[in-house]
Design a protein around this ligand. Structure first.
Ligand SMILES: Nc1ncnc2c1ncn2[C@@H]1O[C@H](COP(=O)(O)OP(=O)(O)OP(=O)(O)O)[C@@H](O)[C@H]1O
Ligand SMILES: [Mg+2]
Length: 283
């Protein structure tokens, strides 16, 4: 395997629509604005959402004669090989080539994964130094991590995504490589202290130390996240001259929530809740 001097941050979750691209874009722009030499890689060659987001930003800047930070960016095409192992080898090679091309100039390379358990996503997870997993605040989103017995909070089985992460952790351990730092970020949190939110807070707090992830303070459900894509903007840009989004209390709060995550990534702060103890693992 190629050694990359750059730190690899993977934004991944097997579950679709959890906010991977939204979070990846915000982390990328936030880190660039903190002076990090950052490159981005889009592994979703089908939807290409991160590439489209950055493309919108380029066009919007040009049309409005505004200069905003942009990362050096690569889109990696997924292998079309039929065999899963051949696809995995080819994807790992394409990914390594893409990372090597960025590696000389970047201190951090941020990868936006597609949903699903494709070979390219697995290859990216295998290379992560840091894995950020946005997680929508619902049981159907939790299912690929942990499955519960209907009617109570007893763990029934490990979910498919967590099993993949567990395998990769074991592979790394066998290869003498350090474990990745796994940060789970709750997303689209309700503004209300409802029963669902309380239950998920309880569960995630309990399982974090067992599943070995750090629980970052989450992002609230905010309309602004659905609007920014069209101009290629992020919450870190909205007070830039020429941008049309007013700075409101809600935008400020959302930016602060993302700032906490950036602090976590930069190693300056952490919002964990490991005070809760052991769920039972069913037979
Ligand atoms: N905190 C939030 N508040 C409101 N809407 C959000 C928030 N985060 C993400 N969204 C919206 O949720 C949808 C899914 O987000 P996004 O495309 O980032 O997810 P994804 O995990 O990258 O999806 P995919 O699995 O398809 O790649 C989008 O409409 C996005 O605007
Ligand atoms: Mg996406």
């Amino acid at each position: 395997m190629t050694a990359h001097p750059a730190k690899i941050v993977v934004v991944g979750n097997e579950k679709g629509g959890s906010g991977k691209t939204t979070v990846a874009m915000h982390l990328a722009i936030g880190l660039l604005r903190r002076g990090v030499a950052l490159g981005t890689v889009d592994l979703d060659s089908h939807q290409q959402s991160l590439s489209r987001y950055l493309g919108n930003r380029r066009i919007w800047c040009r049309d409005n004669a505004v200069s905003l930070v942009l990362p050096e960016h690569r889109l990696i095409e997924a292998s079309s090989q039929d065999s899963r192992s051949a696809a995995y080898r080819q994807d790992l090679q394409s990914l390594n080539d893409g990372l090597a091309a960025l590696g000389d100039r970047c201190d951090v390379i941020l990868l936006d994964c597609p949903a699903g358990d494709g070979a390219l996503s697995r290859a990216a997870h295998s290379l992560a130094d840091v894995l950020v997993t946005p997680l929508n605040d619902s049981f159907v989103d939790l299912d690929p991590l942990l499955q519960f017995r209907p009617g109570n909070l007893q763990v029934l089985a490990l979910g498919s995504y967590f099993r993949m992460l567990w395998e990769l952790r074991n592979e790394r351990h066998r290869d003498g490589r350090p474990a990745f730092d796994w940060i789970v970020l709750r997303n689209r949190l309700s503004g209300l202290a409802d029963q669902n939110k309380r239950t998920l807070t309880h569960i995630l707090g309990k399982v974090a130390p067992i599943m070995r992830f750090r629980l970052a303070a989450g992002l609230g459900e905010r309309i602004i996240f659905r609007q920014l894509f069209q101009q290629g903007l992020t919450l870190f840009d909205i007070d830039e001259p020429g941008t049309s989004f007013p700075s409101t209390h809600s935008h400020e709060a959302a930016r602060n929530e993302l700032g906490v995550l950036l602090d976590v990534l930069c190693g300056n702060g952490l919002a964990t809740d490991d005070a809760l103890v052991g769920l039972t693992q069913a037979e």
